[in-house]
Design a protein around this ligand. Structure first.
Ligand SMILES: Cc1cc2nc3c(=O)[nH]c(=O)nc-3n(C[C@H](O)[C@H](O)[C@H](O)COP(=O)(O)OP(=O)(O)OC[C@H]3O[C@@H](n4cnc5c(N)ncnc54)[C@H](O)[C@@H]3O)c2cc1C
Length: 367
């Protein structure tokens, strides 16, 4: 009975047509992790993204990799793009930064100024910006050796991170270090403060608000690209019971181009990555709740009209009644968290209330 319930909650029998729409064109899919323990331990998922970048760098195939590290600005954690030229710089930038990034302003100029071959890690929306820039400039296009996109449900405004850091930092002085998420299955967030205190909390301390779309970036409502269509390799987590039980955290990889396929094959052959090929529905089922809603931009477009948000219906997603309910919650929550009173209510609400609300949303997403 519990097994059947679990199966219903986590597993969806996607049709081949749904898989094609959600995941996009691809050559092979894999579950892998970095063979180097240090790279694996420091990672968001299995460390495969960083292992591939280090492999490209140390085999001389690239001179640098565009990555995103955490900088502290006025003691607040902010994502910061850099071009990493060493293994150490790639490792310092490991982990997911769940706060708004400004790729066109901050990353493109770095890429354009770099003299050499580059690999780029980007969110799906930013990989689309890069693809357009490459189409405009042959010189830029020639510089890019490989693009890796991260699966992405949505990104959050920095205000959410700041609110959590303020809460954790009471009495400890300014923040001196921050990880949004580290460790196995959901993971932990880690904050260090000027008095030497290291506060480690379950990732849910942050992600419960994030998964309810509180403080979501408004632009994310317009997006339906969960898996990152415009790249050589897409990389993400695997949120399925099978992988929860696995003591080694893996990255889901989707090879989309011959260059992406060749790189993963070589990394597996040379022992840089450990893992195996997997059917695409295993990848999709690692995102069974979030990917269908993300693709359903048409539901958000229709519900948006009632909430004064203009969203273009941009694909052929079939909208089910439940998608309207989820879209309503996502749009409403994002809007409410933008108001002063809304923020105060959300952040002061008892955690069990927030949890209960999240379970309601997850329940709807599972239908
Ligand atoms: C905002 C956001 C939303 C995400 N949503 C999902 C999701 O819904 N489902 C899912 O399965 N996975 C999601 N991911 C991806 C996932 O968290 C991991 O990044 C991915 O599994 C790769 O893990 P890894 O251990 O192989 O990478 P690591 O070895 O940890 O390397 C991660 C690389 O990503 C770069 N990076 C981190 N944050 C950003 C950023 N904001 N912009 C550009 N580059 C960045 C790092 O600099 C590093 O190079 C999301 C990531 C982000 C940043």
């Amino acid at each position: 009975m519990i097994k059947r319930l679990r199966q219903a909650l986590w597993h969806k029998n996607f049709t081949p047509d749904q898989l094609r729409r959600y995941v996009g064109e691809f050559e092979q899919c894999y579950f892998t992790y970095a063979a180097d323990d240090a790279v694996h331990a420091n990672a968001a998922s299995g460390g495969s993204v960083s292992a591939l970048l280090i492999y490209l760098l140390e085999s001389g195939q690239i001179g640098g990799a565009l990555v995103c590290r955490t900088a502290l600005r006025a003691a607040k954690p902010r994502p910061e793009f850099i071009i990493a030229r060493t293994r150490e710089e790639i490792m310092v930038a490991q982990g997911s930064k769940y706060a708004a990034v400004y790729f066109a302003n901050d990353a493109l100029p770095l890429i354009e100024a770099f003299d050499g071959r580059l690999a780029v890690v980007a969110l799906p929306c930013d990989a689309t910006i890069l693809q357009r820039a490459r189409a405009r400039s042959a010189a830029l296009d020639a510089r890019i050796a490989l693009v890796i996109t991260l699966f992405c449900g949505h990104n959050s405004e920095p205000a959410l991170t700041d609110a959590i850091v303020d809460r954790l930092g009471q009495g400890h002085g300014p923040l001196t270090g921050y990880h949004w998420r580290i460790g196995h299955w959901r993971g932990s967030l880690e904050a260090t403060f000027a008095d030497g205190a290291q506060v480690v909390k379950p990732f849910e301390t942050f992600s419960d608000y994030r998964n309810l779309y509180f403080f979501a970036q408004p632009k994310c409502h317009h997006c339906f690209d969960h898996f990152g269509y415009h790249c050589d390799i897409s990389a993400g987590d695997i949120w399925s019971p099978r992988m929860k039980a696995n003591p080694i955290k893996h990255t889901a990889l989707i090879a989309r181009t011959p260059a992406g396929s060749a790189l993963i094959a070589a990394a597996l052959r040379d022992g840089v990555l450990i893992g195996s090929e997997e059917p695409v529905d295993e990848i999709a089922n690692g995102q069974a709740r979030t990917a269908p809603f993300h693709y359903s931009v048409n539901a958000r477009a229709r519900v948006g009209r009632f909430l004064g948000v203009r969203i273009k219906a941009r694909n052929d997603a079939r909208v089910r009644p439940v998608d309207y309910a989820i879209a309503f919650i996502a749009l409403l929550n994002e809007r409410v968290s933008r108001t002063r009173i809304g923020r105060a209510v959300i952040l002061r609400a008892p955690r069990p209330v927030i949890r209960l609300y999240l379970y309601l949303l997850k329940g709807l997403e599972s239908l």
